[in-house]
Design a binder for this molecule. Structure first.
Ligand code: NAD
Length: 431
């Protein structure tokens, strides 16, 4: 099948590459000239495990191409995926200007029947708006708009796309439904179904799913606060809860709060959609508030071990909002580092992938190329992102290199008992 993907960000690049891997002819189009130049020269604009090899292979086999010529890209394919960003607008509603812009481009270039696939995360009702814009700009034409939200996670995006828990497709017509089914045939298995539904329900499934995941995170962070007060261990509490089949173990880890390009903005956008429809979003407001507090909760812990931060040096392990990505959007590390700098502390930092992205956001940081060197002369180590390489690192080396044996573990990757026996002043989350 000939497929065009408009918007080659995290989702567009992964989706386009995976669709090419499945044997489709894919044109990836973006207005960002630098990004397209990079991709045409085998330079990946993002870090995602396995992506580079897959892009190179599909380029070599001529199944994928990259262009800034959106008109040509739209005209060339029968199926057009919209994967542009939907960042938070000033009022916390999703900013749909990029979606609307590509809808116009599609309308202008409608040269025969096309399925327009909304893959961007968009508020309920957006597919109707996309349909309206295309109708208006194309002056009549043959097309269907479907909603096909994306559930991939950064860091395991390729796997998530190729072996998804579910594929959701909201469609009004049988014709579009059949085309979508044939695109995903290579991916879905009997136990991992395609859920076909109406368009508005598909749009809602995406937001409601992210809202549920963030609710679990904030819920556990609140439980962690109580665990700290009453002497319980949130890691054991979440394990005990997760053994209940009705609850399950995922997304029950207390930590430094959620970040990233999706959770924060999607919770806010859903809350605004509720407000617009006269539904009071008490839960979502609380989820967000707890998360904000959680991101700020490491500073008081650091101050317990290093009361006067002025002139002190703090080592930060992990800057990306989660491991296996270089994405810094809404990363908890930004909150912690800003707080520390305000208190007059100096920052040494290490992240295996995110340094380049971090440099665009954070100032006056001493970056290091390995975790141990980061610790030299530091008064405290703060673990913000749980990269695997921190888990089994030689703890004696940590102790030898730190000026004082202080550790704040924002992700509970170490065991408090072991750390205390090794002579660390150690504080985790909810333990
Ligand atoms: P991104 O910001 O990484 O990329 C968006 C891309 O769209 C950019 O490259 C930008 O240049 C391009 N673009 C903007 N206007 C354009 C236009 N008129 N024509 C062509 N290209 C244009 O965004 P992302 O993280 O890939 O997210 C895309 C959508 O997918 C969002 O709605 C997001 O909420 C959703 N989503 C993201 C993830 C994730 O993990 N990042 C997961 C699921 C869903």
């Amino acid at each position: 099948m000939k497929i065009t993907v408009l918007g080659i960000g995290y989702v567009g690049l992964v989706a386009g590459t995976c669709l090419a891997e499945l044997g489709n002819d894919v044109i990836c189009a973006d207005i960002d000239k630098k990004k397209i130049f990079q991709l045409n020269n085998n330079i990946m604009p993002i870090y995602e495990p396995g992506l580079e090899e897959m892009v190179k292979r599909n380029k070599k086999e001529k199944r994928i191409s990259f262009t800034t010529d959106l008109d040509y890209a739209v005209k060339s394919s029968e199926v057009i995926f919209i994967a542009v960003g939907t960042p938070p607008g000033k009022d916390h509603r999703a900013d749909l200007s990029f979606v609307k812009a590509v809808a116009k481009t599609i309308g202008k270039n409608l040269n025969g029947y096309k399925v327009i696939v909304d893959k961007s995360t968009v508020p309920v009702g957006t597919a109707d708006e996309v349909e309206r814009i295309i109708k208006e700009t194309s002056k009549g034409g043959n097309f269907d708009v479907v909603s096909n939200p994306e559930f991939l996670r950064e860091g395991s995006a390729i796997n998530d796309f190729l072996i998804p828990d579910r594929v959701v497709i909201g469609s009004k017509t049988e014709k579009a439904r059949k085309i979508m089914e044939s695109i995903y045939r290579g991916i879905t298995r009997a136990d991992k179904p395609i859920l076909f539904c109406d368009i508005r329900s598909a749009e809602m499934i995406k937001y409601a799913s992210n809202a549920m995941l963030t609710t679990r995170i904030s819920f556990m962070n609140e439980i962690a606060r109580l665990c700290e007060k009453v002497g319980a261990d949130v890691k054991i509490v979440s394990k005990g809860m997760g053994l209940d089949n009705r609850i399950g173990p995922r997304f029950l880890q207390a930590g430094v709060g959620y970040g990233g390009s999706c959770f924060p903005k999607d919770v806010q956008a859903l809350a605004m959609t509720m407000e617009d429809n006269g539904v009071n979003s008490k839960i979502l407001k609380a989820v967000e508030e707890v998360n904000k507090e959680q991101k700020a909760s490491l500073l008081p812990k650091i101050k317990k071990l290093v009361p006067a931060l002025k002139g002190k040096t703090i080592a930060i392990w992990g800057l990306a909002y989660k491991p296996k990505t270089d994405d810094m959007r809404e990363a908890p590390s930004i909150t912690v580092i800003n707080q520390l700098q305000k208190e007059g502390a100096k920052i040494n930092a290490f992240d295996p992938e995110a340094e380049e992205q971090a440099k665009k956001i954070l100032k006056n940081i001493n970056y290091f190329t390995n975790p141990i060197d980061t610790l030299k002369g530091c008064d405290c180590l703060v673990i913000v992102t749980e990269w695997n390489e921190f888990r089994d690192i030689d703890k004696n080396k940590i102790k030898q290199n730190l000026k004082s044996p202080n550790i704040i573990d924002g992700r509970n990757i170490y065991e408090p008992k072991e750390m205390k026996e090794l002579g660390f002043n150690y504080i985790g989350v909810g333990r």
